[in-house]
Design a protein around this ligand. Structure first.
Ligand SMILES: *Cc1c(COP(=O)(O)O)cnc(C)c1O
Length: 417
């Protein structure tokens, strides 16, 4: 979102005009920002064979997936439904990686039938996979190297009691399962969670995975997951992807020099690609002075953007209607019957009923985590691309909410055990 000539715009289109055209609440995404972020990653790793798989749980609208494909990205998926969306968006099966956790084996079977890459994240699943496919279907192994990423426990997945991945301390067991079924391990994967600031975390992870490479003669892919941090506050820093590209690139090239089949480096950025590209536009319904603060209440809530309440994350807030307004302090809250505070004591240009506010950095885990709590419809989504705005999801209605509610008799027959 840019401010010029006293007016906010996205990709050259006036934000207030967009809000009026689509109504609020609405998510608006800027395709060019996604492109800029993708190019930055691709540029940083130009010297090394590298593939970026967009982690589509961050934002999975088909129009966005199609856009990511044209940018030369693959797709990282965590459910069979995301696999289906990816294929529908035009990704080839070999451009898709399926990285599920705790799913029934039938879901893995479905993914195998669809022909996508499979990432196995537990020993019992590896056993099951071995019994079903032996060496006929190649696989990735999700390893938990137990290195901590970032400071946020809630979004860190690499620690010792995490439910994700196969502990690096269980490799002996993995080796036995791989040998007994003649499994073909083509990829090693780790994803330690979000917000890695220190590029050393990626380097240590890569080193730990490479140390195990001798156990897997078919190794072709080294997938270091994500953790690319983006700035949420003005003074926040982001992951130094250029430095990472250089250091990791050197290490991979050195590793590949002694090998017959070189390994390709993979990453799975989600947030890095879409966070800054998105804003959530809302309207102010009420301004309420209490003894504690001045509340600015908006026509949205934790049902549409749950990150501030779920992770304590910070989202910049802009009063789109009054760029030059006199600044005052507000507590911005939603309309849900729960405490859904977007921001406490935030300085904003004077807020009036009807003003349009924008929550920044809302592209990742915004719409994709939205719900119908309080029986509220989910927002519309708009993609701004090449100077045009396209409605890519219409706002839900009460009819949509009612459409699935039925009254049909079910027979519960006794099941023989
Ligand atoms: C969520 C997830 C990602 C993306 O993480 P970001 O922080 O959004 O970049 C990548 N890989 C896996 C396996 C994930 O679960």
């Amino acid at each position: 979102m840019e401010l010029s000539g006293g007016e906010y715009s996205i990709g050259g289109l006036p934000v207030l005009g967009l809000a009026q055209a689509v109504g609020t609440p609405a998510y608006v995404y800027h395709a060019q920002v996604m492109e800029r972020q993708a190019k930055r990653l691709q540029q940083a790793f130009m010297a090394t064979p590298t593939r970026f798989m967009y982690a589509c749980k961050a934002l999975s609208n088909l129009a966005v997936l199609r856009h990511m494909r044209t940018l030369g990205l693959g797709l990282d998926t965590v459910s069979i439904e995301e696999v289906q969306l990816g294929l529908k968006a035009g990704f080839r099966p070999d451009e898709v990686l399926f990285t599920p956790n705790m799913v029934p084996f039938t879901e893995v079977q479905q993914a195998v039938e669809l022909g996508v890459h499979i990432n196995i994240d537990s020993i019992p699943m590896l056993e099951r996979f071995g019994q079903a496919y032996g060496g006929k279907v190649p696989l990735f192994l999700r390893i938990n190297p137990h290195i901590m990423a970032g400071g946020n426990e809630r979004i860190s997945t690499g620690h010792i009691d995490s439910k994700f991945g196969i502990s690096i301390h269980q490799l002996r067991h993995v080796e036995r399962v791989v040998a007994s079924h003649g499994l073909r391990v083509e990829g090693l994967h780790m994803h330690t969670g979000s917000d890695i600031l220190d590029t050393g975390v990626f380097l240590r992870g890569a080193e730990l995975l490479l140390e195990t490479a001798d156990l897997f003669p078919h190794l072709r892919y080294l997938d270091l997951g994500s953790g690319f941090k983006v700035p949420y506050k003005p003074d926040d820093i982001s992951t130094d992807v250029e430095e990472l590209g250089q250091l990791l690139g050197q290490r991979i090239q050195q590793f590949n020099a002694g090998r017959e089949t070189p390994v390709e480096l993979w990453f799975e950025p989600g947030k890095f690609l879409v966070s800054e590209a998105g804003v959530l536009l809302v309207s102010v319904s009420l301004v309420k002075q209490t003894t504690a603060t001045v509340f600015a209440g908006v026509d949205s809530g934790l049902n549409h953007l749950i990150r501030p309440m779920f992770y304590g994350s910070h989202h910049g807030i802009v009063n789109v209607s009054r760029p030059q307004g006199h600044k005052r302090i507000y507590t911005v809250v939603g309309y849900i019957c729960e405490t859904d505070t977007f921001a406490w004591d935030r300085q904003l240009p004077e807020v009036h009923v009807g003003d349009v506010l924008a929550f920044l950095n809302a592209g990742a885990y915004g719409f994709s985590m939205a719900s119908n709590y309080n029986s509220r419809p989910r927002p519309a989504e708009v993609l701004v691309k090449d100077g045009k705005a396209i409605l890519i999801r219409r706002r839900e209605t009460i009819e949509d909410l009612l459409a699935l509610q039925v009254e049909e008799p079910l027979t519960a027959a006794p099941v023989s055990m």
